[in-house]
Design a protein around this ligand. Structure first.
Ligand code: HEC
Ligand code: HEC
Length: 213
């Protein structure tokens, strides 16, 4: 009897192993394709740019959902010059072109999350008019998708945008000629107040959602 029980136990254990491995095989089959970027590379970025590229700090840009070519371009500029940075210039030295392409692929596919920001609504209203006149044609708004290669500005962190705009105005970052022209005209006609109004608009506004395109 004992021997028989022993035999049954062995069979049961064998069966358990068998079904466990069946379950694992099924699990593997059901899993979506592996993420494009090995999680180890992304972990470095997550420390600053937040989960899936949605930054929790107003000083650090969210990079989720920015156009792929823009992401590639800006990382290239951090490495080779053209775009001022405090940390990125040094950081991108640690990645080769192939890894940067993978990172751009990955972040361009992540959904952008809107964060609440404190805005002055009068300024935001004024900023909306200025955006229409000077910046919308390339950067888009709730109704219009940005031009390929131009990053979305609606809904982005105001502090990050404020410093980034100063870098263009000081000349430590180079924008293309048309954008430099638009920015210079805006500041000449509307001064620092015009810039600040724009920032309140960006802080209050929503980007065009992908699904409504
Ligand atoms: C130590 C913090 C830190 C880490 C880590 C970090 N970043 Fe950044 N990132 C920044 C800051 C700050 C900026 C703004 C530019 C600057 O001052 O360096 C920025 C800017 C960027 C931008 C430009 C966004 C825009 O709107 O133009 C991209 C793209 C970017 N980072 C990608 C990455 C990727 C990819 C990684 C991981 C390989 C990464 N960053 C890791 C802090 C960080
Ligand atoms: C002719 C098209 C065009 C116009 C007009 C334009 N921009 Fe841009 N802007 C661009 C492009 C392209 C880039 C990306 C530059 C790069 O690769 O560094 C950019 C980048 C930026 C960035 C950096 C965003 C980031 O994520 O780091 C800011 C901020 C910005 N523009 C603000 C403005 C404002 C404010 C205006 C209006 C006064 C404006 N732009 C007008 C094309 C334009």
């Amino acid at each position: 009897m004992l021997r028989r029980l022993g035999h049954i136990t062995t069979q049961l254990i064998a069966l358990m192993f068998f079904s466990a491995s069946m379950l694992m095989a099924e699990d593997e089959a059901q899993q979506s394709p592996p993420p494009v970027v090995p999680s180890l590379i992304v972990q470095t970025c997550t420390a600053c740019h937040g989960p899936a590229g949605n930054s929790l700090s107003s000083a650090i840009p969210s990079i989720a959902g920015l156009p792929r070519d823009y992401l590639r371009g800006v990382m290239h500029d951090y490495r080779h010059g053209g775009r001022f940075s405090t940390v990125m210039g040094r950081l991108v030295q640690g990645y080769d072109d192939e890894q940067m392409d993978l990172l751009a692929d990955y972040y361009s596919q992540q959904p952008f999350k809107l964060h609440k920001q404190r805005v002055d609504w009068d300024q935001a209203f004024k900023g909306k008019q200025l955006h229409r006149l000077y910046c919308r044609q390339c950067h888009g708004d709730l109704r219009r998708a940005p031009e390929p290669g131009s990053p979305v500005l609606n809904g982005r962190w105001m502090d990050y945008l404020r410093w980034t705009l100063q870098d263009y105005l000081l000349g430590v970052s180079q924008a293309d000629e048309e954008m430099s022209g638009a920015l210079t005209r805006l500041v000449r006609r509307h001064g620092e107040q015009g810039l600040e109004a724009l920032l309140h608009y960006y802080g209050s506004a929503r980007p065009k959602s992908k699904s409504s395109e």
